[in-house]
Design a protein around this ligand. Structure first.
Ligand code: LHQ
Length: 267
C-alpha cells in the first residue's frame, strides 16, 4: 500500500498531521497540498479534536515548494511561457495559510531539521512553534529570485520587527532554532531528545483549555495590529461579551470558586 502524503494520528484530543514526503524533505507538490488541506478540514470538523500538531517525517520539517514539480519548474524550452506562480500561491498556499489561521483549535508546529521557504512560514503560521535545537529556519525565497510567501511578509515583521525581518528575508541565511527562539520568531527551542515530549505535553495542556478563548485570542492579537487602542478596547469588550455568555466561562469561574480543576467543553 502507498504511504499517505500526510500521516494522521490521534492521541486523546490531539490530532497530529505529519508531512510525509521525506525523500524530498517534505517539499510541497499539489498532492501534498491536497492531503494537508484535507487533514486540516477533517480536524476542524471533528469535535473530538482539541489541538493539532503539525510535523514532518524524516530528517526535515519541510523544504517549501518542490522545485522539481512541473507546476513551478521553469520550462527551459526557448519561447516557453513562464509558470504562473501567482496562481500557485492563490490556489494552494494562500488557502492553506487562511485555513491554518482560522482553525477552531490551537495548532502547534513541531519542527526538527530544516524548515525552508514556504516550509518555514508554514511553521510560523502556527500558534506555537517548538523546535529542536538542531532545527533551522531559512527564508530561502530571494535565493531563487522570489519574495517570502505563505504569509512571510505579514508574519516576519510582526514576529521580530522590521530590521530582523528584512535581514532574514533579504539574506536567506540558515537561522538556528536557538537564535529563532532568542529573537522571538518561535515560542521555544528544546534539546532534540525533548522535542516529542515537550510538544505532547503542550498539546495536551492546550486541549484541556477553553478553546473558544484561545482561538479568539489568536484572532484578537492578529487583528489588533491594524487597530488603534480605542478600537482594540472595543473589540476586547465585544469578545468578552461573547465569551462571557459561553459555558466555558461559567465552568472556569465555578471551578475556580470550588477550588477544583475546570473541565472545558466548548469548541
Ligand atoms: C528538494 C527541495 C525542494 C525539491 C530539497 N524541492 N527538492 C511557492 C510557489 C511557487 C513557486 C516557488 O516557491 C514557493 C514557495 C517556496 O517555498 S520557495 C522556496 C523553495 N525551497 C527552497 O528553495 C529550498 C531548497 N532546498 C534547500 O535549500 C536545501 O535542500 C535545504 C536547505 C532545504 C536542505 O539542505 P540539505 O540538508 O543540504 O539537503 P539537500 O539540499 O541535499 O536536499 C536533500 C534532497 O532533497 C535533495 O535531493 P537529492 O535527490 O539530491 O538527494 C534535494 O534536491 C531535495 N530537495 N529541497 N524545495
Amino acid at each position: 500500500m502507498n504511504e499517505p502524503l500526510v500521516r494522521i494520528s490521534q492521541s486523546g484530543a490531539v490530532r497530529t498531521l505529519q508531512l510525509n514526503r521525506p525523500e524530498a524533505l517534505n517539499s510541497f507538490n499539489s498532492q501534498l497540498h491536497a492531503a494537508l488541506m484535507a487533514g486540516l478540514e477533517e480536524a476542524a470538523a471533528d469535535s473530538a479534536v482539541r489541538c493539532v500538531v503539525l510535523s514532518g517525517a524524516g530528517r526535515a520539517f519541510c523544504a517549501g515548494q518542490d522545485l522539481a514539480d512541473p507546476l513551478v519548474a521553469p520550462d527551459t524550452t526557448p519561447g516557453a511561457a513562464p509558470k504562473d506562480l501567482g496562481h500557485v500561491i492563490e490556489s494552494l498556499y494562500a488557502p492553506l495559510v487562511l485555513r491554518l489561521r482560522s482553525m477552531p483549535v490551537p495548532v502547534i508546529a513541531s519542527v526538527h531539521g530544516v524548515a525552508a521557504g514556504a516550509g518555514a512560514n508554514l511553521a510560523l503560521c502556527c500558534d506555537l512553534v517548538v523546535a529542536a535545537r538542531s532545527a533551522s529556519f531559512i527564508q530561502a525565497f530571494t535565493k531563487i529570485g522570489l519574495v517570502p510567501d505563505t504569509g512571510g511578509t505579514w508574519l516576519l515583521p510582526r514576529l521580530v520587527g522590521s530590521a530582523r525581518a528584512l535581514g532574514l528575508a533579504l539574506l536567506g541565511d540558515k537561522l538556528p532554532a536557538a537564535d529563532a527562539a532568542q529573537m522571538g520568531l518561535i515560542w521555544k527551542c528544546v534539546d532534540d531528545a525533548e522535542l516529542a515530549l515537550t510538544v505532547e505535553t503542550l498539546a495536551t495542556r492546550l486541549s484541556d483549555m477553553p478553546l473558544r478563548a484561545l482561538v479568539a485570542t489568536r484572532k484578537a492579537l492578529a487583528d489588533a495590529q491594524q487597530l488603534d487602542l480605542a478600537s482594540s478596547l472595543a473589540r476586547e469588550a465585544g469578545l468578552q461579551r461573547e465569551l462571557g455568555a459561553a459555558q466555558d466561562y461559567r465552568e472556569g469561574v465555578e471551578a475556580f470558586r470550588a477550588k477544583r480543576a475546570p473541565r472545558f467543553t466548548d469548541r
